[in-house]
Design a protein around this ligand. Sequence first.
Ligand SMILES: [Zn+2]
Length: 238
Amino acid sequence: MMIHLTAYTTQVGYDYTYLILFIGIAILSYIVQANLKSKFEKFSKMPIGMTGRDIAIKMLQDNGIYDVKVTCTPGTLTDHYNPATKTVNLSNGVYSSASIAAAAVAAHECGHAVQHAKAYAPLKMRSALVPFVQFSSSIMTWVLLIGILTVQTMPQLLLAGIILFASTTLFSFITLPVEIDASRRALAWLQMSGITNAGNHQYASSALRSAAYTYVVAALSSLATLLYYVMIYLNRRD
Ligand SMILES: [Zn+2]
């Protein structure tokens, strides 16, 4: 009876700890998203000499990259570099806009193209993980759900779910150096090429820093979720 009670209170204790942790992460996530949105709205109104498209073309050329195309893609915040097609895809608002926000985003995406051209190790590692992460994501939710329900009788299933989930956590952590490095390359080039100046460079830097925070929070959230599943696995009674 004593053992049972102890196990029960421990379980409840963990649940409260994680409940508080998850609420904390949800609030943090909301704050960084709202901060990113408000910064981009503000910096989108600060004019600069060139459009996102022209900035991207110039940055690629300055880095000796001539086989990457700059294209316009629909939606907002859909900007990305596609290593498979060697394209810098800029959203409408970035492609044709000549603002600090557009310059920061366009240069950041070209930062990924430079990483690709230079075979930057974390980017290679991240790309290598993509097929495994896609597979994991497609079945993970079901394996974890059924794994939790059957943890007393078949703990191996939850363990398999944990391994699948861990691959996505690893992916979100490898994303961090890739994103931070792309922004570092972008800011160095924006300053060196004179696209930004002493008066407005700080805003480009601030925009990219806000974007990086969202990746940090996503990685922490993934880690907290992973630890929660590990706790359920370790607390099983078999
Ligand atoms: Zn990026």
